[in-house]
Write a protein that binds this ligand. Structure first.
Ligand code: ADP
Ligand code: TRP
Length: 322
């Protein structure tokens, strides 16, 4: 069984990009892998300095995963900061991370371009992410395409450590599903919390309809042919509609007759139906926060056990045991 691991930041409402980019793959792997899923609150500190928002975001992210079907008895599910070993490993790894490796990271440059303060934590974000992955000896890491470079950093650091100190870490592989690598947002850019262009997974019916109606489309008249490959509405429909429905929609695009308003209504109905029962489950879970805390505490205990074995080995390899 492969050891599969991935994490998500509790920095805002989870959206369908997160769902198709990472959460769905993780939930699908539940029965066939040694699965590790966690909520990366230490990473979220690089952009959220509001105590209530972070707390609420963490519990909500936990409720999201469980509502969507993650079974905490079939995986290890925890909150990153509950395993402080990750911070020690981050420091150890950072002493062999070349500055140039971090300076090349697009994500850092994108974030400062979006006015996220350029803190040391934001710069060294990929080292903490490498520690997340290496601490649990993960073999496969399912992520969206935007995280590919961070995975390369984790691989580079693992290889560097193994070469310098002897075989210690598994070198992880990214798993990026081509069909959902980049889910477009309302404006056609990558859907992202930080672009304000998301469709949250668990939006109530009324606001969901409003958001979907606001998807940006071009001004081609209904009867004229349109290019499905450049249309964000088409890409979103493809995630939810059956192959038969998509065949019909494809015909309307290429031959003329695709009315964006009607297609948006179809998309609204599909998304609403897709997440309906999970939405109700999430409400129940958020009414029972003690249960959520219990699940996370149990997960942290299991994660910590695994983490301490790797940390002990890495400490020994580096000469921190005397
Ligand atoms: P955001 O960009 O909204 O802050 P995160 O950085 O928290 O999202 O991403 C969490 C996971 O969801 C990562 O694996 C990321 O690659 C994936 N993901 C985020 N947005 C998208 C998207 N638009 N398409 C595909 N995957 C995505
Ligand atoms: N950086 C990832 C993101 O923003 C989240 C993350 C942190 C992660 N640690 C991880 C993903 C370890 C996979 C494995 O999406």
């Amino acid at each position: 069984m492969k050891r599969i691991l991935s994490g998500i930041q509790p920095s805002g409402k989870l959206h369908i990009g997160n769902y198709f980019g990472m959460m769905q793959a993780m939930i699908r792997h539940m029965d066939s892998s040694d699965l590790y899923v966690f909520i990366v609150d230490l990473h979220a500190l690089t952009s959220v300095h509001d105590r209530d928002r972070l707390r609420e975001g963490t519990l909500e992210a936990a409720a999201d995963f469980l509502a969507l079907g993650l079974d905490p008895d079939k995986c290890i599910f925890w909150v990153q900061s509950d395993v402080p070993e990750v911070c020690e490993l981050t420091w150890m790894l950072s002493t062999l991370t070349p500055m140039g490796l971090l300076e090349r990271c697009h994500s850092y440059k994108d974030k400062i371009a979006k006015n996220i303060p350029a803190s040391h934590g934001l710069f060294s974000y990929p080292v903490l992410m490498a520690a997340d992955i290496l601490l649990y000896q993960a073999e496969v890491v399912p992520v969206g395409k935007d995280q590919k470079q961070h995975l390369e950093v984790a691989r580079d650091i693992a290889i560097k450590f193994n070469n310098a100190f002897g075989e210690t870490f598994v070198v992880p592989e990214p798993a990026i599903s081509e069909s959902t690598a980049i889910v477009p947002g309302l404006d056609g850019q990558k859907m992202s919390k930080s672009y304000g262009n998301t469709i949250p997974i668990f939006m109530d019916e009324k606001p969901l309809r409003k958001v979907i109606m606001s998807i940006q489309t071009d001004a081609t008249p209904v009867d004229e042919p349109k290019d499905p490959d450049t249309c964000n509405l088409y890409a979103l429909l493809k995630l939810f509609a059956s192959p038969e429905k998509m065949e019909e929609v494809h015909g309307l695009y290429v031959n003329g007759g695709a009315a964006y308003g009607y297609l948006k209504q179809d998309l609204f109905e599909l998304i609403n139906e897709y997440f309906k029962s999970a939405r109700a489950r999430k409400k129940e879970l958020l009414d029972n926060r003690d249960y959520l805390r219990q699940v996370l505490a149990k997960g942290a205990e299991k994660a910590r056990e695994k983490a301490s074995v790797t940390l002990d080995l890495a400490r020994d390899r580096m000469g921190l045991k005397y």
